[in-house]
Design a protein around this ligand. Sequence first.
Ligand code: AMP
Length: 555
Amino acid sequence: MEYQLLAKTYSDLESTASMLAKKDILSIFLKNTPKQILKRISYLVTGQVFPSWSQKELNMAHGLAIQAISRVTGATREEITEVLKKEGDLGSVTAILLESRKQSTLFSEKLSFEKVYTSFEKISNSEGRGSVEKKISILSDLLSNASPIEAKYLVRTVLGQLRIGAGHGTIRDAIAQAFGVSKPLVEKAISVLNDLGEVSELATKGESALVDIKLVPSRPLKVMLYPKAETVGEALEKTGEISQAEYKYDGFRTQIHKLGKKVIIFTRRLEDVTHQFPDVVDAVLTSVKVNEAIYDSETVGVDKHGFIPFQKISQRIRRKYDIKKISKEIPVETHLFDILYLDGKNLIDEPLSTRLKLLEKSFTPSKNLKIVDHMQGNAKELEIFYQEALDKGAEGLMIKSLESSYKPGQRVGFGYKLKPKAESLDLIVVGAEWGEGKRANWLSSYILAARNANTNELQEMGRMATGMTEIQLEELTQELKKLVIKDGKIVKIKPKIVMEVAYQEIQKSTKYASGFALRFPRLIRVRDDRGVDDIDTVSRIKFLYQNQFKRPDNQ
Ligand code: AMP
């Protein structure tokens, strides 16, 4: 197949806002796609190159794409950046630059889908020494044989920003329509297999091929998510009078697959972190009695006083060397809270009560592999349990319906999370950075500072780039432009604008002058009513930091 057919479909999808029209376009395209490439086409139409469970990535940085575009179009980096400011995405920039050179370009050959896909695979396989040059030259080669519209989508695909507005629901419905099978069956198959290509292929064989699909140990599936409830009572109204309550630890989600003697650990983003956690692998091999299983769990850092904040174990997730050493320095515990597959049987459609029984039977708890701290009870009992969880350094409580199944990748309300409300902070903007892509015309990331009451200095405590609406970004940019003291991509701002900021956690930081940074800062509102003298002091932030987990040792 020629790549231009796919590019034309992308363009048709992009140019209509109607979801129904998008679904129709996609379904016709899938129906007419030759069988031998249907799998790969199914990934590409959603902007993926590999199945969702795969660890493969293109890893093509913005800068590398710019170099390739520069080579092929002859435009300098500065010229490309200039057009990018107006256009908002590098794909469109490439198309424009190629268009303006049309006369001088001679396409040597028509770009085939096969060549494009093989090139993507080559980009993904380029690692280590010389890989930067290799990636640039593979993309340059593709672009030099591409028409402007093909180039636009090639660049967007390698950058992982397809921007055609066809999401999960559209592709699901398009597969169902193209091959005459039911939407719920397609939905279910996608959630179990986590592989759009495989689902499309199965759908061509009719509904019978989509019934009874099994989870595949070693292939991660999307984790179930939980909406937030404000109170125990509100959660119980939805999950039932007697529900399962569990500590909500401040660790990271671990989906653990056991296949005989092999253990694989995935994060919430389905990243394979087995190498970083040999201690968890050992704990699983020692304690788990069954041959094959998929567990859902939270892995949390501990010290001699109890749980430690996420920030510390996040170092372990990133660490690629000296693994044994850091395992000893920052030990972890894994708390299992669900089982999704057991010795050839899918359990995701079983009620939680059944899954919990099977979970308990499947392993012998040890110091590092435990069942989550839990209880089942009524509102009054759960209130006490919630307080106890917070006192012990947990982040909150999960309340789950005992009758519910497990819906991968969805926030369906089969369980709720409860967390105490975080305090907000009033901080002042002392700097800002010009955005990229869609945000290119806005100062869209703000450097925030608190006041040191002893020295009266403004001390930085990190950046915030979320919580602003487009209107706010526009207004803030106009406001901030008047206050610029020093120009550049990152500008220095005269301290005048106070922002009320929500956050998930205060962390210690050596990077910022205040000694603190915020995890997940988000704008609540601009405090027009406040000035530099009203903002929070570093000593209040220190106080909040020390008390945020209600543990005396948390400095
Ligand atoms: P949040 O990240 O605030 O949306 O909360 C959901 C996350 O809490 C999950 O993705 C898990 O990583 C984590 N978590 C901690 N303890 C539990 C538990 N007992 N059950 C489910 N999720 C938990």
